[in-house]
Structure formats: structure tokens, C-alpha cells
Unconditional design. Structure first.
Length: 80
């Protein structure tokens, strides 16, 4: 059950990043999707979704690898 929950938690940002890529691609081909009134707004929303989705996924991987001790010393968290 825990693996399924982790999969769902990682699936949501992956879908967000995929939607961001789709919005940016559609902007480059001048295809305006319905909820957006302007192409530039569609592109900005695409960038935001992509960065948030990718950042969440990368942070999750970094957190997991820190727990297992598989990161370079410069990425280790400082303990006080």
C-alpha cells in the first residue's frame, strides 16, 4: 500500500510536467487551448507547470538518495 501511495505522489507532478510540455509545444505551433486567452500566457503556465513538476520529482529523488547515503558529499545535508 505504501508503494502505491508513493507512486501516486510521483504521478501527479509527472502529469503536471507533461501538461507543461504540451502547453509550451502547442504555443510554439500557435495552437491556443481553450482556457487561455493569449499564447504568451499559455507558454508561461506551461513553464510554471514544468518547473514545479520537475522540481518536485528531483527533490523527491534527492531526499531519497540522501536517506540511503548515495549522494556526493557536497549534496549531504549539514547536521548541527
Amino acid at each position: 500500500m505504501a508503494r502505491m501511495a508513493a507512486f501516486i505522489v510521483l504521478l501527479i507532478p509527472a502529469i503536471m510536467a507533461g501538461a507543461g510540455i504540451k502547453f509550451m509545444r502547442d504555443t510554439l505551433y500557435s495552437k491556443l487551448i481553450e482556457p487561455f486567452p493569449w499564447l504568451w500566457l499559455q507558454f508561461i503556465v506551461g513553464i510554471i507547470l514544468f518547473v514545479i513538476g520537475l522540481g518536485f520529482f528531483a527533490g523527491f529523488l534527492l531526499h531519497r538518495d540522501r536517506k540511503k547515503g548515495k549522494v556526493a558529499p557536497k549534496f549531504q545535508k549539514e547536521t548541527k
